[in-house]
Design a protein around this ligand. Structure first.
Ligand code: FO1
Ligand code: 5AD
Ligand code: SF4
Length: 323
């Protein structure tokens, strides 16, 4: 019998800084501005060396650059951006493929980062402005029009893009469909969305937002509806560590999720929910017809959008993973 494929990206997350001028009330990641040392290039260099040394036991291709944010008008913004750029450059020079998700960027910043990233990402969260009165009250970066603008710029710049919804932060069911429709619409203009993450809100130790986890039993329903709204070439990703029960994880796959995201040693955003490793996932999927397959942070149909240097790096990683 033929088996069907579900993908994941062997990844490692680096955090340029945890400091953030936003205060999303569901966040367990942020530190106060000035209170989190920035990652140095030598620190990153040692991490990358270690990852290369372990290539025989565990291959990592994607470096996810995930950061807290410095205000666009701050005098420190330029230094923050330059550090992120240099971290990407270093990862690339050591054979890794950067995927950056550091919040909203200016058009110019995005254009620059395209030169050192194979794809980029930004979650829409939810488009309803109602959340600006609640969880995003102190989060200027989460103004819906600003985030939609990022998707538009990524399209204009031909950047393969990952976006998604954060579920269970006080939105309504109607809000889900509206956010998904907006993603579908923008993809029809630019054809640049490679994945949409359906991320269940999962409470952690640091957050002030007092709400339970998004009910995982609702997730298969959201996925099947999303599958109807999104164009067929957009993959639905779910984070397996936030879908605690393996039966529900399988139900999510049956409903149309086809990717399990970046799998690495730590989920920096949800540190209270350890990532399931490849073996754990294989064990869960074993009784089913689904088989796990590694992928890169760029889907093959977007290769032509990259500069020649990035194309060479991607070809080498495909070779390493034999995909
Ligand atoms: O480990 C994580 N990876 C996260 N990733 C990584 C993601 O799974 C992969 O980097 C992409 O699939 C690209 O391969 C994100 C990427 C984005 O572009 C946007 C949001 C996220 C969110 C998370 C996350 O919460 N935890
Ligand atoms: C990087 C992405 O992580 C998501 N994110 C932030 N905090 C949480 C949480 N408590 N639970 C689940 N996802 C979260 C947001 O969607 C953000 O854009
Ligand atoms: S979710 Fe992102 S933008 Fe919001 S406080 Fe946390 S790090 Fe900052």
């Amino acid at each position: 019998m033929f088996s069907s494929i579900i993908t994941y990206s062997p990844a490692y997350t680096i955090v340029p800084t945890y400091e953030c001028f936003n205060r999303c009330s569901y966040c367990n990641f942020r530190a106060e501005p000035g209170k989190s040392a920035w990652m140095s290039l030598s620190e990153a260099g040692s991490i990358f060396k270690r990852l290369k040394a372990q290539v025989h036991t565990q291959v990592v291709c994607e470096i996810l650059i995930l950061s807290g944010e410095v205000h666009p008008q701050s005098a420190r913004r330029q230094a923050w951006f330059e550090r992120i750029y240099e971290l990407c450059e270093l990862a690339l020079s050591m054979g890794f493929l950067p995927h950056t998700n550091v919040g909203p960027l200016s058009f110019d910043e995005m254009q620059k980062l395209k030169q050192v990233n194979v794809s980029m990402g930004l979650m829409l969260e939810q488009l309803t402005p109602e959340l600006l009165k609640t969880v995003h009250k102190q989060a200027p970066s989460k103004v819906p029009s600003k985030r939609l603008q990022q998707l538009q710029w990524a399209g204009e710049l031909k950047i393969p893009f990952t976006t998604g919804l954060l579920l269970g932060i006080g939105e309504t069911e109607q809000d889900w469909w509206e956010t998904l429709e907006a993603i579908a619409q923008i993809h029809l203009d630019y054809h640049h969305i490679q994945e949409v993450i359906l991320q269940p809100h999962s409470p952690g130790k640091e957050q002030s937002f007092n709400a339970p986890s998004f009910n995982p039993r609702q997730l298969p329903y959201v996925i099947s509806q999303a599958r109807k709204i999104l164009p067929a070439d957009v993959t639905i990703q779910i984070p397996p560590n936030l879908v605690q029960d393996s039966q529900w994880l399988i139900a999510c796959v049956e409903a149309g999720a086809r990717d399990l995201g970046g799998i690495g040693p730590k989920d920096e955003v949800n540190p209270d929910y350890p990532h399931l490793q490849k073996n754990d996932l294989e064990r869960i999927l074993q009784p089913t017809n689904w088989r796990l397959k590694p992928r890169l942070p760029i889907y093959p149909q977007f290769d032509a959008w990259l500069n020649p240097h990035l194309q060479t790096a991607v070809a080498k990683c495909r070779d390493t993973l034999s995909i």
